[in-house]
Design a protein around this ligand. Structure first.
Ligand SMILES: Cc1cc2nc3c(=O)[nH]c(=O)nc-3n(C[C@H](O)[C@H](O)[C@H](O)COP(=O)(O)OP(=O)(O)OC[C@H]3O[C@@H](n4cnc5c(N)ncnc54)[C@H](O)[C@@H]3O)c2cc1C
Length: 417
């Protein structure tokens, strides 16, 4: 590996992490004529926006982000249109519900739908900052069950650990479903110079400049934009000298990572009746509730989605166990013939990925100000950015992009450029 040089290697700003936030920050610095060095631990850019081809190019699926949320104000909506990406509107498909291996009865379907009615109002707390579980309790057991499903299958976390105030702040709007969100992000920023395979291990901000220690040497910089996921920060994978101030550490303590997880199953189209495949939810009294996305963009795939502690267990158990469980659940929905149709499987296990350590940031009950606090620059030269600091845009590619730009503007201001 060639060593990275100091200032001569790229200039006075280092951007750590080439996901949406780091890429957007670097692009803004470049547009302002500010030199920078962008370093990335993985051998690719895009971070948690990644179109996975492990099952074959014809069976690709987005292992991370796939929806452009709040499309009315999301910068990726016009980018996707300009790139002529294949985009569909998310329109709430008809869904099958399978409970413990049998189709749900009409009563069970009605009961499930009833749980969701009025949920939004319940989850907008009037006092304090309760968890989603606590906030939903007032609506009775159906509302509590609906809140748990929503929490695990859209936030990737169990409802006891999610701040209702933070959830209520998240932006809403229409969702665009995009074929290859990861590819779009990587293509959009393809011309930015990036040092790949270059994990940052330490940031020394004790002196007037910042010294960023990477696997390929130390870079001296006037400022650093740190966009690694909060799970990576909390794991101590990047050390700070001196340690971060109390305010930043308290903010980090109020944030954690959910475990939204996907398992792609490649299906032999000759062995399945395509007409029988409709999106489905598989609930079980023992084991995780799984949402199956069938034949995304017409590909012969079923993608299982799950979250919370049971998803964490599955990530730790590894790909073979995850694929076996997803296959069993698919059989419970489609019948025994589905077994021979499953040709291969792929676990997108972000929870055990050392460069993510989870799916996206979760604010703990009682810590609703954590996102805002972590935006405060440290020592005027360490700037945190990413989805976790994106306020109402948190947990999304659009939010990460806007927040990366926000941090880059703050750096330019601090440097007087
Ligand atoms: C399963 C799943 C589904 C999702 N679905 C959606 C969706 O439908 N729509 C949506 O908008 N969002 C979705 N998201 C969230 C979205 O992917 C993220 O919010 C967004 O991509 C985060 O961007 P970021 O730049 O903040 O972080 P990242 O993309 O994680 O970028 C951080 C970068 O830092 C790198 N890094 C880590 N450690 C180091 C180190 N020590 N040194 C150098 N580099 C390092 C990482 O490799 C990574 O490339 C989903 C995420 C997951 C996991």
């Amino acid at each position: 590996m060639p060593a990275l040089r100091g200032r001569a290697g790229g200039g006075p700003v280092v951007v750590v992490g080439a996901g949406a936030a780091g890429l957007a920050a670097a692009a803004l610095l470049r547009a302002a004529g500010q030199s920078f060095t962008l370093v990335e631990a993985r051998d690719r850019i895009g971070g948690r926006a990644f179109t996975d081809r492990a099952l074959g190019a014809a069976f690709r699926f987005d292992a991370g982000a796939e929806y452009i949320h709040w499309a009315e104000r999301n910068p990726w909506a016009p980018i996707a249109r300009a790139a002529q990406a294949h985009v569909a509107r998310e329109d709430g498909w008809a869904r099958k519900l399978v409970i413990d291996g049998r189709p749900a009865s009409a009563d069970e379907m009605t009961q499930r739908r009833a749980g969701f009615s009025g949920l939004d109002a319940l989850l907008a707390p009037k006092d304090g900052d309760p968890s989603l579980a606590e906030a939903a309790r007032a609506g009775g057991p159906d509302a509590a069950a609906a809140a748990a499903g929503l929490s695990r299958l859209s936030l990737g976390e169990d409802p006891e650990r999610v701040s209702a105030v933070d959830y209520d702040r998240l932006w809403s709007g229409s969702d665009l479903w995009i074929d290859g969100y990861g590819d779009l992000v990587a293509r959009h920023f393809a011309d930015l110079p990036v040092s790949l395979g270059c994990p940052v291990r330490g940031i020394d901000w004790s002196g007037p400049e910042v010294r960023v220690e990477t696997a390929r040497g130390t870079i001296a910089a006037a400022a650093v934009v740190v966009t690694v996921p909060v799970g990576v920060l909390r794991a101590g994978a990047v050390t700070f000298t001196p340690d971060l101030p109390d305010a930043a550490r308290t903010a980090l303590g109020g944030l954690s990572m959910g475990a939204y997880t996907k398992i792609g199953l490649r299906l032999d189209p000759a062995r399945l009746d395509a007409a029988a495949l409709g999106d489905a939810v598989s609930a079980a009294t023992a084991g995780p509730t799984i949402y199956f996305e069938m034949q995304p963009f017409g590909r012969s795939l079923a993608v299982a989605n799950l979250g919370g502690d049971l998803a964490r267990d599955l990530c730790r158990a590894g790909e073979a166990a995850a694929v076996a469980l997803a296959t069993e659940r698919l059989i419970a929905i489609l019948g025994g013939e589905a077994r021979s149709a499953v040709q291969a499987g792929r676990l997108a296990g972000w929870w055990t990925d050392p460069h993510a350590r989870g799916s996206y940031s979760i604010v703990a009950p009682g810590h609703a100000e954590a996102r805002e606090r972590l935006r405060e620059p440290v020592g005027g030269r360490v700037f945190f950015a990413g989805e976790a600091m994106a306020g109402g845009g948190a947990m999304t590619v659009g939010g990460a992009t806007l927040d990366g730009e926000r941090a880059a503007r703050a750096v330019l201001k601090a440097l007087g450029t």
